[in-house]
Design a protein around this ligand. Structure first.
Ligand code: GLN
Length: 446
């Protein structure tokens, strides 16, 4: 395929499907994209001339970065996130910025100011979230590579609902410089792709120590992945999550485990023992960090402004009242409440302690097992509108994913097949820095 054909085909597909799918908030100009593809094919690199879709909470120089919020509707960053600089160095070309839940708060890509993204496998359903635009851009065949971010499942849930591959990397392996902050202690930028090989390649390009993010560690992943034979590896299956899952979902995961077992893996039922606590712990910490991070949108420095005269309090309230959507406001209110004097110890400090207990109980599991498996999401992709007005129902979709963020460990979602025509995803969790090991297993099973 020549550069001209590749770019023309891609844009043709976008023109044909995007009206229904809405995977992108911004698609870049076709001529500019073509020029860059040609130039980077000449220059070379591990991703020379490859188009990539980037979640719209990752800073891209001269390309609007909205976080799917009215607050940043017209914000054009003057700088690239570290992951974007690294992509460009290897020759990747940004096709566009993908739709997401506003400020990455949600699990279905329905809280976006720019309207929901639809699931290419079934247009009446959500692609999951919050990186739903990235998942749909893969499933719609626009791109082979995409970037998402994962604070509590936002890469893995859309991967699961769109039958693609998504990695929430070990905390500290990928720079967050240029990622619009939601909950710093939980989130990582990560790769999404249509197979394990591409996933590992993209991970190796974006990972690495960064002076601009003090939480990054000195770790360089291998530049490619080889299949890892699963003969003799010990797999723990989270039985409480299996039991709480839609029978169609659990059935597909069981089929996959049977395949692993016939390849010689040792499969055992187990449990975290703390499953009832993971969601409250996650949401208390995530909302607290969110309320503090989002204080910066004051209508003065950048972003939406109410343009009114008045004292600071009035302008601040009006700007934020107009600029933020309902889910974001809910979290700012709850987060501020949790952090307020008198409640801080009762909620925030206690959540940090439980977080430690969750880490400890995972450590015990990893003394026994090499991999821990469960469904990625306990449900099939919901219909658009089905969970959006019921936050507790929406939060409950994250029961399997938030654990890895609380514990900083890697977690991978891979396709486990289809049930009634709808994608089912399977989640693998591993020890800290076992990212490549997880992808090696998934490559073997492909
Ligand atoms: N659904 C979770 C939340 O709303 C996770 C979102 C994410 O990973 N960014 O917090």
């Amino acid at each position: 395929l020549s550069s001209d054909e590749y770019v023309a085909k891609t844009f043709e597909r976008i023109r044909r499907l995007e009206g229904r799918i809405n995977a992108f908030i911004t698609v870049r100009d076709e001529q500019r994209v073509l020029d860059e593809v040609k130039m980077s094919v000449k220059k070379g690199g591990r991703l020379a001339g490859v188009l990539i879709a980037v979640k719209d909470n990752i800073s891209t120089r001269d390309v609007r970065t909205t976080c799917a919020s009215k607050m940043l509707e017209n914000y054009v960053p003057p700088y690239d996130a570290t992951v974007i600089s690294k992509l460009k160095m290897e020759g990747a070309v940004i096709l566009g910025k993908t739709n997401m839940d506003e400020f990455a708060m949600g699990s279905t890509t329905e809280t976006s100011y720019f309207g929901p993204t639809r699931n290419p496998w079934d247009l009446s359903r959500t692609p999951g979230g919050s990186s739903g635009g990235s998942g749909s851009s893969l499933a719609a065949g626009y791109v082979d590579l995409a970037l998402g971010s994962d604070t509590g499942g936002s890469i893995r849930t859309p991967a699961s609902f769109t039958s693609t591959f998504g990695l929430k990397p070990s905390y500290g392996t990928v720079s967050r410089y240029g990622l619009v902050a939601y909950a710093n202690s939980l989130e990582q930028i990560g790769p999404m792709a249509k197979n394990s090989r591409d996933l590992a390649l993209l991970f190796s390009v974006i990972a690495g120590n960064d002076q601009r993010d003090a939480t990054t560690i000195d770790y360089t992943p291998p530049s490619s992945v080889s299949p890892i034979s699963i003969k003799g590896i010990k797999v723990g299956v989270l039985q409480d999550i299996m039991n709480a899952s839609d029978p169609g979902v659990a059935g597909k995961v069981r089929d996959f485990l049977d395949r692993m077992s016939s390849e010689g893996a040792i499969i055992e039922e187990t449990s975290l023992g703390m499953t009832d606590y993971v969601l409250p712990t996650y949401y208390i910490i995530a909302m607290s960090e969110a309320s503090s991070n989002l204080a910066r949108y004051d209508g003065v420095r950048y972003g939406h402004s109410s343009n009114m005269e008045g004292n600071w309090k009035e302008v601040y309230s009006k700007t934020r009242g107009e600029g933020f959507g309902k889910e974001v406001k809910r979290r700012i209110l709850l987060g501020s409440f949790i952090l307020s004097a008198g409640y801080y110890e009762q909620f925030y400090i206690r959540a940090l302690k439980v977080r430690r207990l969750i880490r400890d109980s995972l450590e015990k599991l990893f003394a026994k097992y090499d991999v821990i498996i469960s469904p990625t999401a306990p449900v099939l992709p919901p219909k658009i509108g089905e969970v959006i007005d019921d936050p507790v129902k929406m939060y409950a979709m994250d029961v399997a994913t938030v654990t890895a963020n609380l514990a900083a460990i890697p977690s991978l979602s891979i396709p486990a097949g289809f049930y009634n025509g709808l994608p089912v995803g399977l989640q693998l969790m591993g020890r800290y820095l076992s990212d490549t090991f997880l992808m090696g297993i998934s490559l073997y099973m492909e």
